[in-house]
Design a protein around this ligand. Structure first.
Ligand code: AKG
Length: 208
């Protein structure tokens, strides 16, 4: 879809999303998407682990990483250079200092892989996500300590994340709402970049 002046429509205003969530289509071109996927496929991705459970999706973390059950994040290898220009552009789109996007995770969703309801861990601040490969739905529901097993569809927002799009999750969308992605229909990659909310108590990258 295009506006009257020919510019592509970047966001469908009729889609309801929580406060603090911003979505932009066509963040990368098709050629860039293919190049990014080629680079990602050279990276060693590990099955996602949640305590004793191993998920279907595979991930790699850079800058900082988090293991479920640990109280602190720990240092991870530096962000691969091919991601630096992408981070600079992401910073410009959302008017944030690219260097503050200090944590990166790459997620590979093979066909049928979901990500369950969650909020990002409190160690991180703003979350930026770039989608590559298949489109998927991202759903939002308000976080609640007590929840009935049945999902009340009236309380769920959902947005389609197109390949090559980018989103920013901050404020309520990050703090008050949980998000999830139902099993993807085809291979999808997400490049997630995050700011640090607070410095870890012990910065394991600092020399004594
Ligand atoms: O794949 C995505 O876009 C979302 C990933 C996500 O929710 C997460 O890394 O916590």
């Amino acid at each position: 879809m295009r506006k009257a002046n020919g510019d592509p429509i970047l966001f469908d205003a009729s889609t309801q999303v929580p406060d603090g969530f911003i979505y932009r289509q066509n963040f990368v071109s098709e050629a860039e998407e293919q190049e990014l996927i080629r680079e990602i496929q050279k990276i060693q991705l590990e099955p996602f682990r949640y305590y004793q459970f191993t998920g279907k999706r595979r991930t790699a973390s850079f800058g900082w990483q988090y293991e479920f059950g640990a109280s602190e994040i720990t240092a991870a290898p530096e962000m691969p250079p091919f991601l630096l220009p992408l981070r600079t552009r992401a910073g410009k789109v959302f008017n944030i200092d690219p260097a503050s996007l200090i944590q990166t995770s790459i997620i590979e969703y093979s066909t049928g892989s979901p990500i369950g309801w969650h909020r990002d861990i409190p160690h991180f601040g703003i979350v930026v996500g770039v989608s590559l490969g298949a489109a998927c739905r991202m759903r939002f529901r308000k976080y609640s300590r007590v929840r009935s097993k049945k999902l009340n569809r009236d309380e769920v927002f959902s947005i389609e994340l197109q390949p090559r799009s980018i989103y920013l999750m901050s404020r309520a969308s990050r703090e008050i709402w949980q998000h999830s992605i139902p099993p993807v229909k085809e291979l999808r990659y997400a490049i997630m970049m995050r700011t640090l909310r607070a410095k870890p108590e012990k910065d394991s990258r600092q020399k004594p």
